[in-house]
Structures are given as C-alpha cells and as structure tokens.
Design a protein around this ligand. Structure first.
Ligand code: NDP
Ligand code: MG
Length: 393
C-alpha cells in the first residue's frame, strides 16, 4: 500500500484527491490529512478515510476537533500548529505527499517532503514561484520526485520527451504553449473591470477552484505564476513559454517541436485527471472523469492575450526575467492584494498596481538561501499592506 499525506485536504484539490483515492482503497492508504481551520470538513474526511494523523493549524479549530475525536472510535492523532505540517510531510509511513495548501504557507511543508525524498504531487505553485531553485535542489539532492498537478504543467509533462531534464533544446523542443481560459472577465472593457466584485471574480467559467486561485485566474496572475512554474519545472526560460488564450479549457497546454510537431493534452476541465495521472504515473488509472466528447466540444479557439488588460501577466514575466527574489516579492504582494480584494478593501484593477509598486519598493536579492526568500516574503507583505493602506486614505 502506498501511504499518502494530503496537505490542504479540505480545499478544492484536497477534495478531488480524496475522491480519486476513494476508488482505490487497496492501493493507497491515507496517512495524514491537514487543514487550516475547517475542522468540520476535516473531521468528516477523517471518518471516511481513518488517517493516522490530522493536522489543524488553527488552535481554536483544533479544540473543537478534539472534542469530536474523543467521542469517536477514530485511530487518528490530532496535531496542531504549522510545524506539524512539515512533520507529517516527512513521516516514514508516507510515500506520496499531495501539496495542496494555498499560497506561501505551502512552501515549508513542501520543502520538508522534498528533504524526506517523497513523491510530491505539486498543486501549490506558489512554493515554486517563491523558491524554485531551492525546492528543485532539495528534490534532486534527496531523490524525491516532483510531479505537476497544475493542469497545464501536467499536460506539458505528458507531452514532453522523458529526458526533458537535459534541457528542452537538446531534446528537440522549441517552445511551450501554455493555455489560459482568460477567466470570467476576458470580454470586459478596462472600464467595466473597475467595479467587479469578489463573487464575480470567483465564478470561473470552466473550472471550480478555491477563492484565491479564482481571483488569480481573473487577473491572469495565475497564468503569470504558471509561466514561472513552467520555467522551473521544465528547466527553461520565459522566452520559451508562450501564453495562449483558449476559452474552452479543453486543450490543457501544448509542446512545440523542432520538426514542426505540436503535441497537446486534451480532456474535460476536471482536476481529477492530473491528480490520477500523478498518483499512478507511469501507469494510468480511472480518475472518475467523464470521457471527453470531442463532438460536444466541436470547436477549439485560440487567441493571443492582451497584456495591457492583464497587467499581472506582464509583471510575472518581468519578475522571472529579473530573477533573484523578484518572483517571491511578486507572489507575496499578490497574496496580500488578493486577500484585500476578497475582503472588499481593494478594487480589482488595483491588484496589479499594488504588485507593481511593491516590486519597485522592495530590494531584490539573490534567492539561493531560504532565509533570503522568507525575508523577501515578509518585507513584500509589509510593503503591500502599507501601499494598500495608503491607497485607501
Ligand atoms: P482552497 O482554498 O480550496 O484550499 C486550500 C487548502 O489549504 C485548504 O485545505 C485550507 O484549509 C488550507 N490552507 C489555507 N491556508 C493555510 C495555511 N496558512 N496553512 C495551512 N493550510 C492552509 O485552494 P485550492 O485547492 O483551490 O488550491 C490549492 C493549491 O492548488 C493552490 O496553490 C492553487 O494555486 C493550486 N491549484 C489549484 C487548482 C484548482 O483547481 N483548485 C488548479 C491548479 C492549482 P481550510 O479549508 O481549513 O482553510
Ligand atoms: Mg493551472
């Protein structure tokens, strides 16, 4: 049996992961489930999957959970506090770690899984954006495996030759075509974007996701983070990663080769496909996703994105080209700005402004040490909050 820890079990990716796992009770054993504060959902998941450990970062939520646990016959030990995320990611009984915490909070637990040599199913793109070099060095040094869950990167991984690590050019790849749905606001004018609400931003036309990534999709920062993620995962540079708007979300990305071939991976927009792919790799298993009906899809559209409307995308390209801690600062400023937007404290169009101002204001350093990454993350968050406060006065 393969032991699995799911970090961020109560989120959108966590729930889809448990759905796939519940189809294979004889192959996979859920060893640990973690959440930030959603005690109720985590407890329900524990009743169904009977893990050895449950982690709730928030102490109040843990107190509530502890009462329910006492009245149950569960074999589960409850742990609390963020450091226990790192602990369960490194347990000897865990073979695979689903890294599905949202945001920078996912970095240290993902690093812990890498140091412990686990197979990492990486949904938490923010950890690669913040700290790509350090994470990949740890993966290599400890014989860990890193398999992308992000649907585009999972698609690219499926379309690349198996020896892509040598460098894309050496293996005949010329470039990557990273598809983007364009989010819910693809057709709005810059004027109309001024007044959009969090609820509108979270109503994604083709994917059902957590709130932070939904806003990122609406600003297209999600695609910007994914460009950076692709550069790290596939050992390439931003000039080899081209974003393509594809509103149907059926082609999950493409790889272009020197001989003129373009390979694509297609499927219904359902995260259980990449999750099942990474769980079973190099085998294939049923994920529960309906087969793609190509006749219902009928047509596939592709367009070039408008960088003016989607400033966040341009900022992400620039941050990666600048290098060092610039992507860390970009990510931190974005997390703060999105959170303010979700709390109605910042307008949608100001998200990009905050990030740009933050990138100008915070010193960019080398990103070879974890301490420099954490320091840049902290400084960028403080700066972003100051910028937002100043904007609101
Ligand atoms: P959700 O918001 O739905 O879930 C986030 C999970 O992380 C929850 O379990 C949440 O716990 C937990 N969490 C939140 N904050 C913290 C924290 N500070 N410390 C520990 N745990 C925390 O997010 P998604 O599932 O949508 O996304 C997860 C990751 O996967 C993101 O990095 C996203 O970019 C990536 N991703 C998601 C896709 C999707 O389709 N959803 C597609 C591609 C990538 P609680 O419920 O208690 O708050
Ligand atoms: Mg994606």
């Amino acid at each position: 049996m393969i032991g699995i820890a799911i970090l961020g079990a109560t989120g959108s990716i966590g729930v889809s992961t448990l759905d796939v796992l519940s189809r294979y009770p004889d192959e996979y054993r859920v060893v640990a489930l973690t959440a930030y504060r959603d005690a109720r959902r985590l407890f329900e998941q524990c009743v169904q999957h009977r893990p050895d450990y449950a982690v709730l970062v928030n102490e109040e939520a843990a107190t509530e959970f502890a009462r329910w646990l006492e009245d149950s016959d569960l074999p589960t030990e409850l742990l609390t506090g963020a450091q226990n995320l790192e602990k369960v990611a490194a347990l000897a009984s865990v073979d695979y770690v689903m890294a599905a915490i949202v945001g920078a909070a996912g970095l240290l637990p993902t690093l812990s899984a890498a140091r412990a040599g686990k197979r990492i199913l990486l949904a938490n793109k923010e950890s690669l954006v913040m700290s790509g070099k350090i994470l990949l060095d740890e993966v290599r040094a400890n014989d860990a495996e890193l398999l992308p869950i992000d649907s585009e990167h999972n698609a690219i991984f499926q379309c690349l030759p198996s020896n892509f690590n040598k460098g894309l050019e050496q293996t005949g790849v010329t470039n990557i075509l990273l598809t983007a749905s364009g989010g819910p606001f693809r057709k709005l004018s810059l004027d109309q974007l001024q007044n959009v609400t969090p609820e509108q931003a979270c109503a994604h036309p083709t994917w059902d996701m957590g709130r932070k990534i939904s806003v990122d999709s609406a600003t297209m920062m999600n695609k910007g983070l994914e460009v950076i993620e692709a550069c790290w995962l596939f050992n390439t540079t931003t000039d080899k990663v081209q974003v393509v708007l594809h509103p149907q979300s059926v082609v999950h990305s493409m790889v272009q080769y020197a001989d003129g071939s373009v390979l694509a991976q297609l499927g219904n927009p359902d995260m259980r496909t990449p999750i099942a792919h990474a769980l079973a790799w190099p085998q294939r298993i049923d994920s529960g996703v309906k087969p793609l009906d190509i006749f219902t899809v009928a047509r596939l559209d592709f367009e070039e994105p408008d960088i003016e409307r989607f400033r966040c995308l341009g900022l992400a390209y620039q941050a990666m080209q600048r290098g060092g801690t610039a992507p860390t600062i970009l990510n931190a400023a974005n997390e703060v700005a999105v959170d303010s937007f979700l709390h109605n404290e910042l307008s949608f169009v100001k998200i990009a402004e905050v990030i740009e101002a933050c990138l100008d204001a915070v010193d960019i350093r080398d990103a070879d040490e974890l301490d420099s990454i954490l320091d840049a993350d902290r400084k960028a968050r403080e700066k972003a909050m100051q910028i937002i406060t100043a904007m609101n006065h």
